[in-house]
Design a protein around this ligand. Structure first.
Ligand code: COA
Length: 379
């Protein structure tokens, strides 16, 4: 059937404007990523994740007093309902970490006192609980996968330091905690990316924040989106030897393979988050004396530039950094989710405050005019 596609039809909604937002501005023409008016790279260098989460949720940077209250709220909310931990412990060992995260969030929903209250105040309260509890869930998932018992949050530690402590059982060095915190800031928000968009679609039906976040986690998991950070380290570990980069890339490109951690739907010259991610990975490599994975990553970046002129995206050096600080690849994408929680929940609040059902149309390409044949007569 010849199908007439409407003018302006864009597969994958490429370039389609699907809404307005006061949260994030992306301008690839000037390599800019802006959170509520502030350059994301500047926030990553100078602020802490808790300040950025406040900025995204409330629309302004906090004062000292406001940040203190906000941090106290987050710290108090880190603990999981005992039922959630019980469920996480009872999951089959092969449960995908992002599925376990969805289950952990769904468990928290069953305990949340404001599930079906969509006022800005109630949504803010839920957002804070989600931002606070998700690291506890991710750390528990990480330890349970290794056959170790989860560790309770330490209220004395910052958001990032506490997460690393709950994963490893050791308080991280301040330099590692700060660098990890910076990666979370770079991951915190990115406009109408696929996972945020799926959260918006869910919340636009007047479904609740936890359900929208569960949708977003399912969307983030895919290798073309957040799953790429795990994919990127797998590529590097597969290549292993810097001398093999050229031949590996040539073979992969000849087979038309997508190399994880490269390319972006919006950024074609540079992913504005990558340079600072690269600095964090490079500084860490230098500090710990890594002579393997970081140089290999740089070599692959150069080969991709030469062969396809495709730059690395945010996930590429995030993966290198997480590897260098000793985190297991299975939790790289859950870490992305726990960082993006501030962005997702801010967008859900914005959506609920000005809701209109998101319901696009599609062009039918199937058959028409068929005559019904009763079941018994069908061949
Ligand atoms: N490796 C190899 N080639 C790639 C590539 C990659 N990672 N990303 C894009 N390309 C190539 C495509 O093969 C295509 O080449 P062609 O024109 O010769 O066929 C061209 O670049 C355009 O790619 P396309 O897939 O149409 O771009 P897109 O806007 O739909 O895709 C991504 C964006 C992110 C889906 C894509 O770059 C990708 O799959 N990257 C790997 C996964 C990843 O890192 N995702 C995280 C994004 S933050």
């Amino acid at each position: 059937m010849a199908v007439q596609l409407p003018d302006g039809y864009k597969p994958g909604l490429e370039g389609v404007v699907a809404g307005t937002t006061g949260i994030c501005e992306i301008d690839p023409a000037i390599d800019a990523l802006i959170y509520r008016g502030y350059a994301a790279y500047e926030l990553a260098q100078q602020a802490l994740y808790s300040e950025v989460a406040y900025l995204l949720l409330y629309g302004k940077l906090p004062t000292v007093a406001e940040l203190e209250v906000f941090r106290d709220e987050l710290t108090r909310e880190r603990v999981l309902p005992p039922f959630a931990l019980k469920v996480l412990k009872s999951l089959p060992k092969k449960t995908l970490p992002m599925t376990a995260l969805q289950i952990g969030i769904a468990c928290c929903q069953t305990y949340d006192p404001d599930v079906e209250n969509y006022s800005v105040e109630a949504n803010l309260a839920k957002a804070k609980r989600l931002i606070a509890k998700t690291p506890t869930i991710v750390a528990a998932i990480s330890r349970l996968r290794d056959g170790k018992p989860p560790i309770a949050p330490d209220p004395k530690l910052s958001h990032a330091a506490n997460f690393l402590y709950m994963v490893t059982g050791k308080e991280p060095e301040p330099v590692v905690a700060k660098a990890f915190d910076s990666t979370m800031i770079l991951y915190a928000e990115h406009g109408y990316n696929a996972s945020t968009f799926s959260a918006l679609v869910t919340s636009s039906t007047l479904s609740d924040m936890h359900s929208a976040v569960v949708s977003a986690i399912g969307t983030l998991r895919g290798s073309l989106h957040g799953g790429a950070n795990r994919g990127a380290i797998e590529v590097l570990l597969k290549i292993r030897d810097a001398k093999k980069v050229e031949s590996w890339v040539a073979k992969a490109l000849a087979k038309k393979e997508k190399i994880m951690g490269f390319g972006h739907r919006i950024y074609k010259n540079i992913d504005t988050r990558t340079p600072y991610m690269k600095v964090l990975a490079e500084e860490t490599a230098r500090r710990i004396g890594d002579t393997k994975i970081y140089p290999l990553a740089v070599k692959l970046e150069e080969a991709m530039k030469r062969e396809k002129n495709i730059p690395p995206n945010v996930d590429y050096y995030a993966a290198v950094f997480y590897y260098l600080i000793g985190l297991k690849k299975e939790i790289y994408t859950p870490i992305f989710a726990m960082a993006r929680m501030a962005g997702w929940t801010s967008h859900i609040i914005e959506q609920h405050a000005h809701n209109r059902l998101i319901r696009p149309e599609c062009v039918y390409t199937g058959p028409r005019g068929l005559s019904f044949v009763p079941l018994i007569d069908r061949k």
